[in-house]
Design a protein around this ligand. Sequence first.
Ligand code: GLU
Length: 493
Amino acid sequence: MTVITRFAPSPTGMLHIGGARTALFNALIARRHGGKFLLRIEDTDRARSTPEATAAILEAMDWLGLTPDEAPVYQSQKMDRHIACAHSMVETGQAFRCYATPEDLQARRDAGEAKRSALKNADLSDADRTRLQAEADALLAPFRSPWRDGGTPPAPNAPYTIRLKAPDQGMIQLDDKVQGQITLQAEEIDDLILLRADGTPTYMLAVVVDDHDMGVTLVLRGDDHLRNTFRQIPIYQAMNWPLPDFGHIPLIHGQDGAKLSKRHGALSTLAYRDLGYLPEGLSAYLLRLGWSHGDQEIFTMDEAKALFSVEAINKAPARLDLAKLDDINGHFIRAAQPDRLFKLVMPFIEKLTPVDDPVLRSRLEAALPGLTDRGETLPQLAEAARFLWDANAHALTKNARKALKGEKLETLGKLQRALDAENDWTIETLQNLLDSFCAQHGLTIGQVGPPLRAAVSGGLPAPDLAPVLAWLGRDEVLARIATHLPGHSPAGS
Ligand code: GLU
């Protein structure tokens, strides 16, 4: 049997990272088993669904490489089919016309609440208390319609809903692929509405019909849907359809253990892109958020495809840990192909300086691979490269100021002459030049390095000096050194 999974977001807002994780897990299962990963846009709530939200969801999935294997299914386009299924359940006696109005249901709830309040009266006899309790429980229990076994309409044209005749008694069993065996008393399920009084299908019906029609074999979703699953199982049974497997993933919590909310940081998947995370960094982080394989921390998606299993999804909620996300993202920044990284970081550099200068572009191209351990996100990396275009980027640190005085400044003057005489400006020759300069003057790199570093980068703890000199180029290095040597008049004075 081909494994078919699906992701079924409602386009009422952004794709948050919890949803992205659900999509990722579903995609990985399908890929692991050579199956199919499908996308269904659950846009039946016309008032709250927007095309912008749909576009943002598709964009976020695309960014994460979670492109579904078939064109997305739009739930709103399947309405006729949902309605037909509801009618077929009426024909087989699994569903019925219910004439209870919303007002009737409200009156029932109010009566239940009134009885529950009456229980607070301390003067009640034990017998009255038992009776009242039973009455309150019955009124507040999941609704079982008085029309479930037929009966005449209250008026000839009385409006009605179509409700499912929920299982009478016994247990509803769920062998949840993540949570294990779960059971629920059938009485806890109401005669749920399949078609509203205006004839439109409910979400509960639409999900079941669509999952069946799409051939979904595993429904893997957040555990906020667990209760829905118990309401959906009877719909499958009423339609005489085989049940798919179900798995419910614990929701993501914040560091403080509370359910994830805006105050825990950015929730939208695309916000992470805009904050300078790489898609493979966020994916690898989301993967570990609720799934593990031994003590391996970092996975490429190819590795994950070979290893992922529903059974290894954790039963306990995972906590969002942004420091770990940075850490994992840093790993993928270091692993990225230089030309790809260049393209990714450019928009962040462009926020700091115009990037149309070809000299700067070639400096950046040369330097980036050497700077990757200077930033865990793209904006950090952009900032680490600042010295390439801004001589005063790292406004002289205290140590840098110290390194540009007295003997050290004299050393810098000598070094400048040596550099000035060097015409072959490559990392290798510059490294040799620095080494022989030290040897010739009886100095260590610990004495020569600080003034040079201070002069060319303001003291930035940049990578090795020879590459920094090579990236900046001869003219720029000599000019930067010159500004610190005696006799130089600061620009503008
Ligand atoms: N549309 C539902 C949601 O966004 C998901 C339904 C499902 O996965 O079955 O929460």
